[in-house]
Design a protein around this ligand. Structure first.
Ligand SMILES: *[C@@H]1O[C@H](CO)[C@@H](O)[C@H](O)[C@H]1NC(C)=O
Ligand SMILES: *[C@@H]1O[C@H](CO)[C@@H](O)[C@H](O)[C@H]1NC(C)=O
Ligand SMILES: *[C@@H]1O[C@H](CO)[C@@H](O)[C@H](O)[C@H]1NC(C)=O
Length: 400
């Protein structure tokens, strides 16, 4: 525990002086900052509990209400967050790979302060360094989670090159509905190593922080742990659109498509339609469509072939971030030219040739062996060969 008063104090003082309601020095009253500030880690992978006591001088305070102002450094957002509370505990999410910094002030108001609010000029501060465990450079890299079509979640990571060969990562996760951190239900493996974790169905709740920790052991010591906290509805990737219909009208094209199957609400989707004009001087353009599932294009250059494909994404009013789906298959107008049915001869000729050559080669070989043995019958062989070539219309005798 440490009490600090520096620049912040001066700044606070200046603020207080210009704030009518918070006149400390005008009436000469001061209050001490809270005491016994402690941070405990219940093993929730970054969700820490902060507790403190009122300053000793206020232990028996009855005529005034005592409240607290808590500031903590949000290392995910790189900024300070603040909250006022009349409780003596607070829990917040921290990145356990970085310093945990918490400050608490005392606030006093009521008859004892002539009904103005007093804030302690000092704060009680606690800085907790990250536990320096694990072999340097062994931490998992690029941890990402994708909530596929809001049906199941896959989280993946990369192994660092320094990670000892025989070691495996272990993934733990925690959210408010769980008493304690639990292990990954099903690892995704490739080449015998764990590369990801699959969460089936609705095993991860929406709109609540889910904390992940990747750690593990190795021959060289524990792997350096990594921590991530995210809300799963912000990591949706829709399925590709499958049903697209393209209709031609006079001088226009109408494209209709259906929402991708799955649990993503249709009103949460936006689409990108890619339009490709094929042919000489053809060009590509993209159109963003929000809310609708159709697009009409007028004044179409009918000398060109027009192809469209669609992809979808959860828009910003439903989730802070999301991934684009894969592109749908393209639909074109005019459709593909009738496929030229391959002439049977084109495919068949070589096969016949090979079969004929194989038969002739076998015959010739056996005939030759036989001919060598019985040189007296040379003439017969020759006549046999010539008659054979004469019977094979596909091969000219010159080819042998
Ligand atoms: C608070 O009150 C109790 C008795 O009511 C007394 O023993 C104690 O010393 C008081 N503490 C302070 C800080 O005044
Ligand atoms: C309390 O505040 C009132 C006006 O808000 C003022 O008239 C009075 O002098 C103050 N009393 C003290 C003790 O500061
Ligand atoms: C990994 O983290 C979990 C959850 O905090 C913990 O129970 C486990 O002991 C850790 N394993 C290693 C090897 O540090």
């Amino acid at each position: 525990m440490a009490r600090k008063c520096g620049l912040t104090c001066t700044a606070t003082l200046m603020l207080l002086l210009i704030t009518l309601k918070e006149r400390i020095y005008c009436n000469g009253l001061t209050v001490n900052p809270p005491e016994n500030l402690v941070i405990t880690d219940p093993g929730h992978l970054g969700h820490l509990e902060i507790a403190w006591n009122p300053p000793h001088s206020l232990t028996n305070m009855t005529e005034c209400s005592v409240r607290y102002e808590l500031e903590y450094y949000n290392s995910y957002r790189d900024s300070w967050a603040g909250v006022r509370t009349d409780k003596r505990t607070f829990s917040a999410q921290f990145d356990l790979m970085k310093d945990v910094r918490v400050r608490v002030y005392t606030l006093l108001s009521g008859p004892c302060t002539n009904n103005t609010m007093i804030k302690s000029t000092d704060y009680t501060e606690l800085i907790q360094k990250p536990a320096n465990t694990g072999v340097l450079g062994t931490e998992a890299l690029d941890f990402t989670c994708v909530f596929h079509n809001m049906e199941y979640t896959e989280c993946e990571w990369r192994r660092s090159e320094k990670m000892p060969a025989n070691s495996q990562h272990e993934l733990y996760f925690w959210h408010k509905e769980l008493g304690q951190a639990v292990k990954c239900p099903e690892y995704i493996r490739s080449g015998g190593v764990r590369r990801g974790c699959k969460f089936r169905d609705e095993s991860l709740p929406l709109f609540t922080d889910i904390n992940f920790c990747l750690n593990g052991t190795s021959d060289e010591g524990p792997l350096k742990p990594t921590f991530t906290s995210l809300q799963i509805q912000n990591h949706v990737k829709c399925a590709a659109t499958e049903k697209l219909h393209l209709q031609t009208g006079p001088d226009k094209l109408e494209l209709h498509w259906e929402h991708p199957d799955g649990k993503v609400p249709g009103h949460c989707l936006e689409y990108e339609v890619e339009h490709n004009q094929e042919g000489p001087g053809g060009k590509q353009s993209s159109v963003w469509v929000n809310g609708q599932t159709s697009l009409t294009l007028s004044s179409i250059d009918s000398s060109k072939r027009h192809c469209f494909r669609v992809r979808s994404k959860v828009h910003k009013y439903c989730a802070t971030t999301s991934y684009w789906s894969e592109w749908s298959h393209p639909v074109c107008q005019p459709g593909k030219n009738k496929e030229v049915t391959p002439e049977p001869e084109w495919d068949g000729v070589p096969v016949y040739v090979y079969i004929a050559v194989a038969i002739i080669a076998t015959l010739v070989l056996s005939l030759c062996t036989w001919a060598v043995k019985t040189t007296a019958q040379e003439k017969k062989v020759e006549s046999l060969l010539t008659s054979l070539f004469a019977k094979s219309p596909l091969l000219g005798p010159t080819e042998v």
